[in-house]
Design a protein around this ligand. Structure first.
Ligand code: MEV
Length: 410
Protein backbone atom coordinates (compact mmCIF):
# COMPACT_ATOMS: atom_id res chain seq x y z
CA UNK A 1 0.00 0.00 0.00
CA UNK A 2 1.28 3.46 -0.85
CA UNK A 3 2.67 5.38 2.10
CA UNK A 4 0.60 8.25 3.44
CA UNK A 5 2.11 11.71 2.91
CA UNK A 6 3.07 12.04 6.59
CA UNK A 7 4.89 8.67 6.42
CA UNK A 8 7.22 9.83 3.62
CA UNK A 9 10.65 11.23 4.32
CA UNK A 10 11.16 14.94 3.58
CA UNK A 11 12.82 14.24 0.21
CA UNK A 12 9.92 12.00 -0.86
CA UNK A 13 7.45 14.66 0.25
CA UNK A 14 9.22 17.27 -1.85
CA UNK A 15 9.22 14.89 -4.83
CA UNK A 16 5.46 14.38 -4.46
CA UNK A 17 4.91 18.13 -4.48
CA UNK A 18 6.60 18.23 -7.91
CA UNK A 19 8.00 21.71 -7.35
CA UNK A 20 10.42 23.43 -9.73
CA UNK A 21 13.87 21.79 -9.33
CA UNK A 22 15.50 25.01 -8.15
CA UNK A 23 13.00 25.34 -5.32
CA UNK A 24 13.24 21.67 -4.33
CA UNK A 25 17.03 21.98 -4.18
CA UNK A 26 16.82 25.03 -1.95
CA UNK A 27 14.42 23.22 0.39
CA UNK A 28 16.72 20.17 0.47
CA UNK A 29 19.73 22.33 1.25
CA UNK A 30 17.95 23.93 4.22
CA UNK A 31 16.83 20.67 5.82
CA UNK A 32 18.09 19.72 9.25
CA UNK A 33 17.89 16.12 10.37
CA UNK A 34 17.58 17.15 14.04
CA UNK A 35 14.27 18.89 13.43
CA UNK A 36 12.63 16.47 10.99
CA UNK A 37 10.58 14.90 13.74
CA UNK A 38 9.79 18.06 15.67
CA UNK A 39 6.71 18.69 13.50
CA UNK A 40 4.65 16.61 11.07
CA UNK A 41 5.01 16.73 7.27
CA UNK A 42 8.44 18.38 7.65
CA UNK A 43 9.78 19.85 4.40
CA UNK A 44 12.63 22.10 5.39
CA UNK A 45 13.86 24.63 7.94
CA UNK A 46 12.73 28.25 7.68
CA UNK A 47 15.38 30.79 8.58
CA UNK A 48 14.64 34.22 10.08
CA UNK A 49 17.12 36.96 10.92
CA UNK A 50 18.45 37.02 14.48
CA UNK A 51 19.68 40.25 16.06
CA UNK A 52 20.48 41.23 19.61
CA UNK A 53 19.71 43.84 22.24
CA UNK A 54 23.13 44.92 23.39
CA UNK A 55 23.26 45.73 27.09
CA UNK A 56 19.79 45.54 28.58
CA UNK A 57 20.11 46.48 32.26
CA UNK A 58 17.83 44.62 34.69
CA UNK A 59 18.31 44.55 38.46
CA UNK A 60 21.81 45.95 37.97
CA UNK A 61 22.88 43.15 35.66
CA UNK A 62 23.69 43.41 31.98
CA UNK A 63 21.98 41.08 29.53
CA UNK A 64 22.53 40.51 25.82
CA UNK A 65 19.12 39.51 24.46
CA UNK A 66 18.75 37.66 21.15
CA UNK A 67 15.73 38.57 19.02
CA UNK A 68 14.39 36.63 16.04
CA UNK A 69 12.04 38.63 13.84
CA UNK A 70 11.12 39.40 10.23
CA UNK A 71 10.05 43.03 10.77
CA UNK A 72 12.63 45.78 10.10
CA UNK A 73 13.04 48.27 12.97
CA UNK A 74 12.07 45.88 15.78
CA UNK A 75 15.66 45.21 16.87
CA UNK A 76 16.62 48.87 16.46
CA UNK A 77 13.58 50.00 18.48
CA UNK A 78 14.21 47.48 21.29
CA UNK A 79 17.87 48.57 21.53
CA UNK A 80 16.85 52.21 21.51
CA UNK A 81 14.30 51.62 24.31
CA UNK A 82 16.72 49.53 26.41
CA UNK A 83 19.37 52.26 26.06
CA UNK A 84 16.94 54.97 27.30
CA UNK A 85 16.02 52.82 30.33
CA UNK A 86 19.71 52.18 31.02
CA UNK A 87 20.17 55.96 31.32
CA UNK A 88 17.74 55.85 34.25
CA UNK A 89 19.53 52.94 35.94
CA UNK A 90 17.84 50.10 34.09
CA UNK A 91 14.83 47.93 34.86
CA UNK A 92 13.71 46.66 38.26
CA UNK A 93 11.76 43.47 38.72
CA UNK A 94 9.27 42.84 41.49
CA UNK A 95 9.04 39.58 43.45
CA UNK A 96 9.72 36.07 42.28
CA UNK A 97 7.19 34.70 39.84
CA UNK A 98 6.38 31.04 40.42
CA UNK A 99 5.92 28.89 37.36
CA UNK A 100 2.26 28.03 37.87
CA UNK A 101 0.23 26.73 34.97
CA UNK A 102 -3.47 25.96 35.27
CA UNK A 103 -5.21 23.05 33.60
CA UNK A 104 -8.95 22.70 33.20
CA UNK A 105 -11.34 19.74 33.26
CA UNK A 106 -14.43 21.07 31.50
CA UNK A 107 -17.80 19.84 32.76
CA UNK A 108 -21.02 20.45 30.83
CA UNK A 109 -24.60 19.93 32.05
CA UNK A 110 -23.69 18.93 35.59
CA UNK A 111 -24.96 19.59 39.06
CA UNK A 112 -22.01 21.58 40.37
CA UNK A 113 -22.69 20.62 44.01
CA UNK A 114 -22.44 16.93 42.99
CA UNK A 115 -19.11 17.47 41.24
CA UNK A 116 -17.83 19.44 44.24
CA UNK A 117 -18.79 16.56 46.57
CA UNK A 118 -16.98 14.13 44.23
CA UNK A 119 -13.86 16.33 44.28
CA UNK A 120 -13.98 16.55 48.11
CA UNK A 121 -14.35 12.77 48.44
CA UNK A 122 -11.53 11.99 45.98
CA UNK A 123 -8.99 14.71 46.77
CA UNK A 124 -6.34 12.20 47.85
CA UNK A 125 -6.80 10.02 44.75
CA UNK A 126 -6.58 13.13 42.55
CA UNK A 127 -3.32 14.17 44.20
CA UNK A 128 -1.91 10.64 43.90
CA UNK A 129 -2.95 10.39 40.22
CA UNK A 130 -1.24 13.71 39.48
CA UNK A 131 1.98 12.54 41.13
CA UNK A 132 1.90 9.16 39.39
CA UNK A 133 1.36 10.87 36.02
CA UNK A 134 4.43 13.14 36.35
CA UNK A 135 6.83 11.77 39.00
CA UNK A 136 9.82 13.61 37.47
CA UNK A 137 8.08 16.96 38.02
CA UNK A 138 7.49 16.10 41.69
CA UNK A 139 11.16 15.08 42.05
CA UNK A 140 12.11 18.59 40.90
CA UNK A 141 9.83 20.14 43.54
CA UNK A 142 6.89 20.86 41.23
CA UNK A 143 3.43 19.31 41.00
CA UNK A 144 -0.21 19.96 41.81
CA UNK A 145 -0.59 22.99 44.09
CA UNK A 146 -4.28 23.73 44.07
CA UNK A 147 -7.61 22.32 42.99
CA UNK A 148 -10.59 24.65 42.53
CA UNK A 149 -14.01 23.95 41.07
CA UNK A 150 -15.46 27.04 39.38
CA UNK A 151 -19.17 27.19 38.62
CA UNK A 152 -19.98 28.64 35.20
CA UNK A 153 -23.27 29.75 33.62
CA UNK A 154 -25.45 27.10 31.96
CA UNK A 155 -24.79 24.17 34.38
CA UNK A 156 -21.12 24.21 33.42
CA UNK A 157 -18.08 23.99 35.67
CA UNK A 158 -14.32 23.99 35.35
CA UNK A 159 -12.10 22.03 37.68
CA UNK A 160 -8.92 24.10 37.72
CA UNK A 161 -5.72 22.26 38.59
CA UNK A 162 -2.91 24.68 39.40
CA UNK A 163 0.44 23.01 38.74
CA UNK A 164 3.93 24.21 39.66
CA UNK A 165 5.89 23.43 36.48
CA UNK A 166 9.35 24.38 37.82
CA UNK A 167 11.69 25.41 34.94
CA UNK A 168 9.50 23.98 32.16
CA UNK A 169 6.70 25.81 30.37
CA UNK A 170 4.72 22.80 31.50
CA UNK A 171 2.18 22.31 28.73
CA UNK A 172 2.93 18.60 28.38
CA UNK A 173 3.17 18.02 32.12
CA UNK A 174 -0.16 19.73 32.81
CA UNK A 175 -1.96 17.94 29.97
CA UNK A 176 -0.60 14.58 31.15
CA UNK A 177 -1.74 15.25 34.73
CA UNK A 178 -5.15 16.44 33.52
CA UNK A 179 -5.79 13.31 31.52
CA UNK A 180 -4.84 11.10 34.46
CA UNK A 181 -7.12 13.05 36.81
CA UNK A 182 -9.95 13.12 34.30
CA UNK A 183 -9.97 9.30 34.23
CA UNK A 184 -10.88 9.31 37.95
CA UNK A 185 -14.18 11.08 37.26
CA UNK A 186 -15.85 7.85 36.10
CA UNK A 187 -19.49 8.96 36.67
CA UNK A 188 -18.92 12.13 34.64
CA UNK A 189 -17.13 10.90 31.49
CA UNK A 190 -20.11 11.85 29.28
CA UNK A 191 -20.29 15.34 30.74
CA UNK A 192 -16.56 16.07 30.52
CA UNK A 193 -16.02 17.98 27.29
CA UNK A 194 -12.26 17.92 27.54
CA UNK A 195 -9.23 18.39 29.74
CA UNK A 196 -6.64 20.92 28.61
CA UNK A 197 -4.28 23.52 30.03
CA UNK A 198 -5.40 27.13 30.12
CA UNK A 199 -3.13 29.69 28.50
CA UNK A 200 -4.63 32.47 30.66
CA UNK A 201 -1.59 32.32 32.93
CA UNK A 202 -3.25 34.40 35.66
CA UNK A 203 -1.28 32.54 38.33
CA UNK A 204 2.04 33.52 36.82
CA UNK A 205 2.01 37.32 36.72
CA UNK A 206 5.41 38.98 36.43
CA UNK A 207 6.21 42.71 36.75
CA UNK A 208 9.05 44.92 35.61
CA UNK A 209 9.39 48.71 35.76
CA UNK A 210 11.98 51.27 34.72
CA UNK A 211 12.75 54.99 34.89
CA UNK A 212 13.90 57.09 31.98
CA UNK A 213 15.28 60.63 32.45
CA UNK A 214 12.90 62.89 30.49
CA UNK A 215 15.92 64.31 28.64
CA UNK A 216 16.49 60.86 27.13
CA UNK A 217 13.18 61.06 25.28
CA UNK A 218 13.76 64.63 24.14
CA UNK A 219 12.52 66.58 27.15
CA UNK A 220 9.54 67.08 29.39
CA UNK A 221 7.05 67.98 26.64
CA UNK A 222 7.76 64.76 24.77
CA UNK A 223 7.59 62.73 27.99
CA UNK A 224 4.14 64.21 28.63
CA UNK A 225 3.03 63.29 25.09
CA UNK A 226 4.23 59.71 25.68
CA UNK A 227 2.14 59.47 28.87
CA UNK A 228 -0.88 60.97 27.09
CA UNK A 229 -0.46 58.56 24.17
CA UNK A 230 -0.34 55.57 26.51
CA UNK A 231 -3.43 56.87 28.34
CA UNK A 232 -5.24 57.15 25.01
CA UNK A 233 -4.79 53.38 24.66
CA UNK A 234 -6.46 52.89 28.03
CA UNK A 235 -9.72 54.20 26.61
CA UNK A 236 -9.51 53.19 22.94
CA UNK A 237 -9.19 49.46 22.18
CA UNK A 238 -8.28 50.22 18.54
CA UNK A 239 -5.18 52.10 19.66
CA UNK A 240 -4.52 49.59 22.48
CA UNK A 241 -4.24 46.71 19.99
CA UNK A 242 -1.52 48.56 18.09
CA UNK A 243 0.32 49.63 21.21
CA UNK A 244 0.29 46.07 22.57
CA UNK A 245 1.48 44.78 19.21
CA UNK A 246 4.46 47.10 19.68
CA UNK A 247 5.14 45.53 23.11
CA UNK A 248 5.11 42.05 21.56
CA UNK A 249 7.36 43.19 18.70
CA UNK A 250 10.40 42.72 20.92
CA UNK A 251 8.91 40.42 23.54
CA UNK A 252 7.73 37.75 21.07
CA UNK A 253 10.95 38.06 19.07
CA UNK A 254 12.86 37.16 22.25
CA UNK A 255 10.41 34.34 23.11
CA UNK A 256 10.95 32.92 19.62
CA UNK A 257 14.74 33.25 19.90
CA UNK A 258 14.48 31.16 23.08
CA UNK A 259 12.52 28.43 21.29
CA UNK A 260 9.36 29.08 23.29
CA UNK A 261 5.68 29.29 22.35
CA UNK A 262 5.07 32.93 21.46
CA UNK A 263 1.40 32.28 20.56
CA UNK A 264 0.74 31.18 24.14
CA UNK A 265 2.53 34.26 25.49
CA UNK A 266 0.57 36.61 23.22
CA UNK A 267 -2.81 34.93 23.87
CA UNK A 268 -2.25 35.28 27.64
CA UNK A 269 -1.15 38.90 27.20
CA UNK A 270 -4.16 39.92 25.14
CA UNK A 271 -6.54 38.19 27.57
CA UNK A 272 -4.84 40.05 30.44
CA UNK A 273 -5.24 43.30 28.50
CA UNK A 274 -9.03 42.77 28.65
CA UNK A 275 -9.22 41.62 32.26
CA UNK A 276 -11.66 44.34 33.32
CA UNK A 277 -13.95 43.82 30.33
CA UNK A 278 -12.35 46.34 27.98
CA UNK A 279 -9.22 45.75 25.94
CA UNK A 280 -6.55 48.23 27.10
CA UNK A 281 -2.83 48.82 26.63
CA UNK A 282 -0.63 46.61 28.80
CA UNK A 283 1.97 49.13 29.91
CA UNK A 284 1.55 51.97 32.44
CA UNK A 285 3.40 55.28 32.03
CA UNK A 286 3.67 58.27 34.39
CA UNK A 287 5.96 61.16 35.26
CA UNK A 288 7.75 61.08 38.63
CA UNK A 289 10.27 62.98 40.77
CA UNK A 290 9.26 66.53 39.88
CA UNK A 291 8.58 65.29 36.37
CA UNK A 292 12.28 64.53 35.88
CA UNK A 293 11.67 60.87 35.12
CA UNK A 294 9.31 59.00 32.87
CA UNK A 295 8.36 55.72 34.57
CA UNK A 296 7.11 52.68 32.67
CA UNK A 297 5.68 49.44 34.08
CA UNK A 298 4.64 46.18 32.53
CA UNK A 299 2.86 43.29 34.23
CA UNK A 300 1.99 40.20 32.24
CA UNK A 301 1.11 36.57 32.75
CA UNK A 302 4.06 34.67 31.30
CA UNK A 303 4.53 30.93 30.94
CA UNK A 304 7.81 30.03 29.36
CA UNK A 305 10.33 27.25 29.88
CA UNK A 306 14.10 27.06 30.05
CA UNK A 307 13.98 23.28 29.70
CA UNK A 308 11.70 20.81 27.94
CA UNK A 309 9.37 21.41 25.02
CA UNK A 310 11.01 21.94 21.65
CA UNK A 311 14.22 23.26 23.21
CA UNK A 312 16.06 19.93 23.01
CA UNK A 313 15.83 20.01 19.20
CA UNK A 314 16.56 23.71 18.79
CA UNK A 315 20.30 24.17 19.14
CA UNK A 316 20.17 27.89 18.31
CA UNK A 317 17.57 28.45 21.04
CA UNK A 318 19.89 26.70 23.52
CA UNK A 319 22.75 28.87 22.28
CA UNK A 320 20.56 31.94 22.78
CA UNK A 321 19.97 30.91 26.40
CA UNK A 322 23.76 30.73 26.69
CA UNK A 323 24.07 34.28 25.27
CA UNK A 324 21.54 35.40 27.91
CA UNK A 325 23.70 33.77 30.63
CA UNK A 326 21.49 30.70 31.30
CA UNK A 327 18.89 32.53 33.43
CA UNK A 328 16.28 30.43 35.23
CA UNK A 329 12.62 30.66 34.18
CA UNK A 330 11.79 33.49 36.59
CA UNK A 331 14.71 35.67 35.43
CA UNK A 332 13.99 34.89 31.78
CA UNK A 333 10.41 36.14 32.20
CA UNK A 334 11.65 39.40 33.70
CA UNK A 335 14.13 39.89 30.87
CA UNK A 336 11.28 39.31 28.40
CA UNK A 337 9.14 41.96 30.10
CA UNK A 338 12.04 44.42 30.02
CA UNK A 339 12.31 43.78 26.27
CA UNK A 340 8.56 44.44 25.86
CA UNK A 341 8.81 47.68 27.78
CA UNK A 342 11.84 48.75 25.72
CA UNK A 343 9.97 48.16 22.45
CA UNK A 344 6.96 50.02 23.80
CA UNK A 345 8.97 53.08 24.84
CA UNK A 346 10.70 53.33 21.46
CA UNK A 347 7.36 52.97 19.65
CA UNK A 348 5.58 55.56 21.83
CA UNK A 349 8.46 58.00 21.38
CA UNK A 350 8.38 57.53 17.62
CA UNK A 351 4.59 57.79 17.32
CA UNK A 352 4.33 60.81 19.64
CA UNK A 353 7.38 62.38 17.97
CA UNK A 354 8.55 62.36 14.37
CA UNK A 355 6.39 59.34 13.45
CA UNK A 356 7.56 55.81 12.82
CA UNK A 357 8.09 56.23 9.09
CA UNK A 358 11.38 58.07 9.57
CA UNK A 359 12.99 54.98 11.14
CA UNK A 360 11.07 52.53 8.97
CA UNK A 361 12.09 54.23 5.73
CA UNK A 362 15.77 53.77 6.61
CA UNK A 363 15.23 50.06 7.24
CA UNK A 364 13.07 49.70 4.14
CA UNK A 365 15.79 51.33 2.07
CA UNK A 366 18.27 48.71 3.36
CA UNK A 367 15.84 45.86 2.70
CA UNK A 368 15.16 47.12 -0.82
CA UNK A 369 18.88 47.53 -1.48
CA UNK A 370 19.39 43.84 -0.62
CA UNK A 371 16.32 42.88 -2.65
CA UNK A 372 17.64 44.46 -5.85
CA UNK A 373 20.96 42.65 -5.51
CA UNK A 374 23.25 45.07 -3.65
CA UNK A 375 26.26 43.27 -2.15
CA UNK A 376 26.95 43.57 1.60
CA UNK A 377 29.49 46.33 1.01
CA UNK A 378 27.07 48.25 -1.28
CA UNK A 379 23.98 48.15 0.99
CA UNK A 380 24.74 51.13 3.22
CA UNK A 381 25.66 53.45 0.34
CA UNK A 382 22.65 52.49 -1.77
CA UNK A 383 20.28 52.73 1.23
CA UNK A 384 21.56 56.22 2.00
CA UNK A 385 20.84 57.38 -1.58
CA UNK A 386 17.46 55.59 -1.61
CA UNK A 387 16.41 57.26 1.63
CA UNK A 388 16.63 60.63 -0.18
CA UNK A 389 14.21 59.63 -2.92
CA UNK A 390 10.95 57.76 -3.57
CA UNK A 391 11.67 54.19 -2.57
CA UNK A 392 10.66 51.65 -5.19
CA UNK A 393 12.27 48.74 -6.96
CA UNK A 394 12.77 50.48 -10.30
CA UNK A 395 14.55 53.43 -8.70
CA UNK A 396 16.64 51.09 -6.54
CA UNK A 397 17.78 49.04 -9.57
CA UNK A 398 18.62 52.19 -11.53
CA UNK A 399 20.58 53.68 -8.62
CA UNK A 400 22.49 50.44 -8.01
CA UNK A 401 23.44 50.34 -11.72
CA UNK A 402 24.57 53.99 -11.59
CA UNK A 403 26.52 53.39 -8.37
CA UNK A 404 28.33 50.43 -9.91
CA UNK A 405 29.09 52.37 -13.09
CA UNK A 406 30.46 55.33 -11.15
CA UNK A 407 32.42 52.92 -8.93
CA UNK A 408 34.04 51.20 -11.92
CA UNK A 409 35.11 54.59 -13.35
CA UNK A 410 36.97 55.51 -10.12
C1 MEV B 1 4.94 48.77 14.72
O1 MEV B 1 5.36 47.45 14.47
C2 MEV B 1 4.54 48.95 16.17
C3 MEV B 1 3.93 50.30 16.51
O2 MEV B 1 2.81 50.56 15.67
C4 MEV B 1 3.51 50.27 17.96
C5 MEV B 1 2.75 51.49 18.41
O3 MEV B 1 2.08 52.13 17.57
O4 MEV B 1 2.80 51.76 19.63
C6 MEV B 1 4.92 51.42 16.26
Amino acid sequence: MAKKFYELNPKERLDQLALPTELTNRFLAQQDTKRQNLIENYLTDFALPEGIIKNLVLDEQLYQVPLVVEEPSVVAAANNGARMFALGGGFRSVGTGRALLTGQILFDQVDVADVQAFVNDHRQEIEAAAQAAKPSLYQRGGGLQDLVLRELPGRRASLDLVVDTDQAMGANAVNTILEAVKALFMPYQEQILGAILSNAGDHSLVSVSGRVPVMAVGGWAMAKRIVALSEFAKVDPKRAVTENKGVFNGLSAAVLALGNDWRAVEAAGHAYASRDGQYRSLTQWRLEDDQEFLVGELTLPLNIGTVGGALASLQTAQDNFAILGQPDADRTKKILLAVGLSSNLAALKAVAGAGIQAGHMKMQARTLAVQVGAKAEEVAALAAVLAQTTINETTAKRLLGEMRQNGSKD
